[in-house]
Design a protein around this ligand. Structure first.
Ligand code: NAP
Length: 289
């Protein structure tokens, strides 16, 4: 079984980005800028946000971090988003999810100027993705597609089974694979006979957040398996598939798999940097027109 090394590809993407950003910075007089908002101090979210800021800085993207207390009201958050929407120096805006329960996530995501919506979660970008038009593609599905392409995985005509239908991963992943001419089946918690469906997957993308749900009997021989899940088991980071208890049997069945860590995670961050840079270039060019 081949390991699809997302960490290595992400490193290459970052080094190319650093060169391009340096060039654009001297040409256009400013670096791309990503504003990141975190409400509250959830430890996992704090780590994600810090890593995003660090990754931005490494490639020359200016990161503008907004750490807001848990008690921040929806109106206060909307007011900050309005300020960032109107700030010409800000290219991308990212609101770290999940938000506290007293804030309506959809109201917040809809308030971000969709041209600056670096996560691609605004309904406008969701709609543009569904109609195969130019849009900002959510970072995790975009990173997965880049990794599959760099591994020369043939997608057109392949039966892709996506487990998970979240707005963040499952749904945009399914749309993206459709755009690439795969035949797509989407499974979720109400799916009947999940093993029957997963066994049809020439490409199996697992985004559940549940370790050990997938075993070797559920995998088609020769399948390409993308493990999106991030779970903590006994203090160790594991995927939904990669380091499950059935891993040695899975290794004999699948043709390739993404590891956890080092697979989809680094590709998600690389795609965030790419999205920020793409938005910056679009904004620079439209300001010049
Ligand atoms: P989510 O919003 O909780 O969605 C999970 C999906 O899994 C839902 O659609 C749910 O179905 C489905 N599901 C749950 N139990 C199932 C079962 N027994 N059988 C079939 N489907 C089941 O999570 P998410 O945001 O999509 O993230 C999924 C996982 O990926 C998490 O572990 C998350 O940490 C990880 N993740 C990783 C990255 C990365 O960069 N590596 C990025 C994003 C997310 P229903 O819709 O019916 O509830």
């Amino acid at each position: 079984m081949r390991i699809m090394n997302g960490a290595a590809l992400a490193k290459k993407i970052r080094s190319v980005l650093a060169i391009e950003i340096d060039f654009c910075k001297s040409k256009y007089g400013r670096a791309p800028k990503l504003s990141v908002i975190l409400v509250g101090n959830d430890p996992a979210s704090m780590t994600y946000v810090k890593n995003k800021g660090k990754s931005c800085n490494e490639v020359g993207i200016e990161s503008d971090m907004h750490y807001l207390p848990f008690s921040t009201s929806q109106e206060e958050l909307l007011s900050l988003i309005k300020t960032l929407n109107e700030d010409d120096s800000v290219d991308g805006i990212l609101v770290q999810l999940p938000l506290p329960k007293h804030i309506d996530k959809n109201v917040i995501l809809n308030a971000i100027d969709y041209h600056k919506d670096v996560d691609g979660l605004h309904p406008m970008n969701v709609g543009l993705l569904n109609t195969s038009e130019e849009c900002i593609i959510p970072c995790t599905p975009k990173g997965i597609l880049s990794l599959l392409k760099s591994e020369n995985v043939e997608i057109a005509g392949k039966h892709t089974v996506v487990i998970g239908r979240s707005n963040l991963v499952g749904k945009p992943m399914a749309q993206l694979m459709l755009r690439e001419n795969a035949s797509v089946t989407v499974c979720h918690s109400k799916t009947r006979d999940l093993p029957y469906l997963t066994r049809q997957g020439e490409i199996l993308i697992v985004a559940i957040g549940c370790p050990n749900l997938i075993n070797a009997d559920m995998i088609k021989p020769g399948a390409i398996v993308v493990d999106v899940g991030i779970n903590s088991v006994d203090g160790k980071m594991v995927g939904d598939v990669y380091n499950s208890i059935d891993v040695s049997s899975i290794e004999k069945k699948a043709a390739a798999i993404t590891p956890v860590p080092g697979g989809v995670g680094p590709m998600t961050i690389a795609s965030l940097l790419e999205n920020t840079f793409e938005i910056y270039k679009r904004r620079i060019h439209s300001a010049k027109c």
